[in-house]
Design a protein around this ligand. Structure first.
Ligand SMILES: Cc1cc2nc3c(=O)[nH]c(=O)nc-3n(C[C@H](O)[C@H](O)[C@H](O)COP(=O)(O)OP(=O)(O)OC[C@H]3O[C@@H](n4cnc5c(N)ncnc54)[C@H](O)[C@@H]3O)c2cc1C
Length: 472
């Protein structure tokens, strides 16, 4: 335990209670008066400025159990933080306790069973590093600094998803500290109701201290961006739509409007130019990937293409430099059943106004192996949509954010009437209202509310896209 007693906000637990709690903790308990509090309270999105009463850097499961008990017994808001990437800032809270799992980074790869057991604080960079040593991987997100647990609990998709499914589809078991402070294991054979809910239901049911994932032989991928001039955007979007309809599952690509970063490998004449393009990744033999990608490489011709074989963890870091922590983020998203010509027309109207080099319009495929699982088989419900888009305004400077937010809202409003109604919960921000959460779980919401009532009847875990416990 490392703890420095200091001044604390009125209304919270008293000094003696905090001291007694801190004496049960192996990790670090950080209060507002402690050195390091200012940096410890920060999350990835700089728009979020919250002041928790206590930040607990949990070292192990025992620390998580103590933290859950302390927050519950003192009626404090309880936030769970893993990678800290939640855009609405669910990894922190005002006046409550943050259970920060970021120091819990143990990973064990079991080669005989082809599975990995991953502690709750791991990022995808940590996971990919450990699994790649054995030529193995599982579907994760496309930025290596995102947390494994936050991403997986909301569903989780990335370059391997068309082939191997969502991250949550590859979850075999999870250890969970529930609201009553018990540690239980959820899998298809133990607490199977909870296991169903964890696969898409977010952080509503407890603190996940570790997860076990299936692994697949993925080592070198054929990957990279192919950029097209803005004038070809309509045709490029149609090509992307039609190409993804028949592309093999090993091939994934997402469409983007972007401002070309002023750095290598991009050629100087493109620096700062707005373009559109696709980011590809093929997880079979790299030479076969190049053949599959040919229609994308020949169209245009591209303004620039930077594709080739790459170690999978390297492909996973491709865009990390564009998205360091500490930028200001505002996002909105939806699922669509198809990329109709009407939707494409709205993208071509609004996408080119993308405000900064860190901002993006991305259109991700939600098909292939995602559609092999029925919508009611896991909490993640949108398994019949073909794409999800995210409109993200991201800026180092907060001053223009109100203007950039209007770009996001206007773009999203133009697309929303064409959408399937709900959104990926991990892309929702916190100004969208409860109806959006309900819409995002579709028919699964009622069952989620029942499971919430079983495991968290008092709604201790509510700093999230909240599923309210079903009425008694
Ligand atoms: C730059 C960037 C890139 C992204 N790319 C992708 C992508 O490619 N694919 C994709 O699917 N999503 C992507 N996302 C969205 C991402 O899935 C969500 O932001 C997710 O919530 C991040 O998880 P985290 O652990 O990093 O965040 P945190 O802020 O630490 O956690 C978010 C919330 O998840 C829950 N949670 C986290 N850990 C636990 C736990 N151990 N137990 C219980 N609940 C927990 C809690 O409610 C927590 O508040 C991206 C986000 C960013 C910022």
């Amino acid at each position: 335990m490392q703890h420095t007693a200091g001044k604390r906000a009125a209304g919270g637990p008293d000094a003696g209670a905090v001291q007694a709690f801190a004496s049960t903790v192996r990790g670090k308990v950080i209060e507002p008066s402690d050195a390091g509090y200012e940096s410890a309270r920060k999350v990835y999105n700089a728009m979020i400025d919250r002041r928790p009463a206590l930040i607990v850097r949990c070292a192990d499961v025992a620390d998580v159990i103590s933290s859950v008990g302390f927050a519950r017994d003192h009626a404090m808001p309880l936030a769970i933080r893993a990678g800290g990437h939640s855009a609405p800032g669910f990894g922190t809270c005002d006046g409550g306790l943050v259970a920060d799992l970021s120091a819990m980074k143990g990973i064990r790869v079991d080669l005989a069973r082809q599975v990995a057991r991953v502690e709750g604080g791991c990022t995808w960079g940590d996971f990919d590093h450990a699994a790649h040593a054995f030529g193995l991987a599982t579907p994760g997100g496309v930025i290596s600094t995102t947390g494994v647990s936050g991403l997986t609990l909301g569903g989780g998709f990335g370059h391997l998803t068309r082939r191997y499914g969502l991250s949550c589809d590859n979850l075999i078991a999870a250890d969970v500290v529930t609201a009553n402070g018990r540690l239980i294991t959820a899998s298809t054979t133990e607490h199977s109701d909870l296991f169903w809910a964890l696969r898409g239901g977010g952080g509503n049911f407890g603190v996940v201290t570790s997860m076990e994932f299936r692994l697949y032989p993925v080592s070198t991928v054929f990957a990279g961006p192919v950029l097209y001039p803005l004038e070809r955007a309509t045709e490029a979007l149609r090509l992307f739509r039609d190409f993804m309809q028949t592309a093999p599952r090993e091939f994934s690509a997402f469409f983007a409007f972007l401002i070309v970063p002023p750095a290598p490998p991009f050629p100087e004449h493109l620096h700062g130019k707005t373009v559109c393009g696709v980011v590809c990744a093929y997880c079979g033999e790299p030479a076969a990937g190049e053949a599959v990608a040919r229609p994308l490489l020949e169209f245009g011709p591209p303004a620039f293409a930077h594709v080739g074989p790459a170690p999978y963890p390297m492909a996973q870091c491709m865009f990390d430099p564009l998205l360091p922590p500490g930028l200001h983020h505002y996002w909105k998203a939806d699922f669509v059943n198809d990329l109709t010509d009407e939707i494409i027309a709205e993208h071509v109207k609004h996408g080119p106004d993308i405000p900064t080099v860190n901002s993006a319009l991305h259109i991700y495929p939600i098909d292939g192996a995602v559609h092999d699982v029925a919508p009611q088989d896991t909490a993640f419900a949108y398994r019949r949509a073909r794409f999800t888009h995210i409109i993200a305004a991201v800026s180092p400077d907060p001053t223009p954010m109100p203007r950039y937010r209007e770009w996001v809202r206007n773009y999203w409003s133009a697309l929303h009437p064409h959408s399937s109604g709900g959104a990926y919960v991990n892309f929702l921000i916190d100004d969208e209202g409860n109806e959006r959460i309900v819409a995002s779980y579709q028919e699964n919401y009622g069952r989620l509310a029942d499971i919430k009532k079983t495991y968290d009847p008092a709604n201790l875990f509510r700093v999230n896209q909240n599923i309210r416990p079903a009425a008694a």
